[in-house]
Design a protein around this ligand. Sequence first.
Ligand SMILES: C[S@@+](CC[C@H](N)C(=O)[O-])C[C@H]1O[C@@H](n2cnc3c(N)ncnc32)[C@H](O)[C@@H]1O
Length: 250
Amino acid sequence: MKISLEEKFREMGGKRPYVQRLFGRIAGIYDLMNRLMSLGLDRSWRKQAARYLALNTGETGLDLGTGTADLCIEVLRQSGPGTRMIGMDITPEMLDEGRKKLTRMGLQKSIELRIGDAEHIDLPDNSVDGCCSAFMVRNLSDIRQGFREMLRVVRPGSRVVCLEISHPPGKIFGALFYFYFYRLAPLFGTIIGKAFEEYNYLPNSLTTFPKAPAVKAIMEEAGWMDVRYYYLNGGIVALHVGTKPDPNAA
Ligand SMILES: C[S@@+](CC[C@H](N)C(=O)[O-])C[C@H]1O[C@@H](n2cnc3c(N)ncnc32)[C@H](O)[C@@H]1O
């Protein structure tokens, strides 16, 4: 008998503990599987996300669901000297992999990785100069709460950038993508990663995730303004960008 994802969440005490345990189990193979399953495209997606965040020299950015810190690293690459990133994640094993990477790259002073929940961010109001996430929002129990928290912690006038897998709008390309995403990608994960459950969660987590226009509406409801989205590679992923209203702006 096939157990639904909702039943699995219930068995584990909720979506958050389920997601945390799942990423804990695949942390060691996460980067390799990302490269393989995205056919190497994930790097260019993060590059574009970092470009939209556009941190200025000396500013501090927040990357939620940072995992192994790839988006933090990309943001730093594109920022001036003295820029800092805080990477938060609920899964210690993912952060451990990230820390090893930062040590290898000599970036441990510019990027601080810490345990933290995107739905209850342990930072004061208006304390960071921009907030980003890659492939995290889909895993939240309450997406609205996540976007409200991001709005609370960023400084007025600064940006949020959300990179997430999406639903391609084109019918034929969409059908091809769904075949790949629902049939072939889990097979890669099962055979190469030896992680059947984990890489079956991947497509299932997209099924209930809203389409790009609906994500935009959720962000606007949460209080973000000038929200735009950009489809990358035919809509396999979408980049949502918004700005926190600044009451003092002219
Ligand atoms: C698909 S991975 C993405 C990792 C990384 N951002 C990247 O670009 O490869 C999703 C990450 O989000 C984290 N995550 C899930 N729910 C979270 C939450 N509520 N707060 C913070 N991190 C969360 C998971 O632990 C996991 O590391």
